[in-house]
Design a protein around this ligand. Structure first.
Ligand SMILES: [Zn+2]
Length: 155
């Protein structure tokens, strides 16, 4: 398994973006989010949004690793969800697994999340950085996430 990529922060987030694109079209109507987990500069796990009622990108990646993940940095293309809906909250799962550092490309614009996922991570002591490759994430995800003017319906 040799993947050629740029081992910088942007390089890891672009891998997460690539991983997210693998979610289409099966993930619909959920957004095609990607997540990679990095330990000592190496990608050790990947995940992308599974079909409805199945895990989101973050739990899919987390499930492949054991133990506490304090030495792991997660790169996620969309803010982890803070709400229980069809699946448990991804933010809670990242807290439970004690992920050390999290890079988030874009904040979830949906009113039910919009910063709450980030707040949840930070409140638990995870180090969170936002805005890495944000424009690329918007290009990939804007068509799939809640947009201003849409009814705020819970599905
Ligand atoms: Zn989620």
């Amino acid at each position: 398994m040799t993947t050629r990529f740029d081992p910088t922060l942007e390089g890891f987030m672009r891998e997460a973006l690539r991983e997210g694109r693998r979610a289409l079209p099966a993930c619909r109507p959920n957004p095609p989010v990607g997540c990679v987990l990095v330990r000592e500069g190496v990608i050790v796990a990947r995940g992308h949004t599974q079909p409805p009622y199945q895990p989101h990108a973050e739990p899919m990646a987390l499930a492949t690793l054991e133990g506490d993940l304090g030495d792991v940095t997660a790169f996620v293309t969309l803010e982890p969800c803070a709400f229980h809906q069809r699946t448990p909250s991804c933010a809670e799962e990242m807290v439970r697994r004690k992920v050390g550092t999290v890079y988030v490309a874009m904040i979830d614009p949906h009113p039910r999340n919009r910063g709450r996922g980030i707040d949840k991570l930070r409140a638990a002591g995870l180090v969170v950085h936002t805005g890495l490759c944000e424009e690329e994430a918007h290009a990939d995800l804007d068509a799939y996430v809640w947009q201003e003017g849409e009814p705020d319906a819970l599905d």
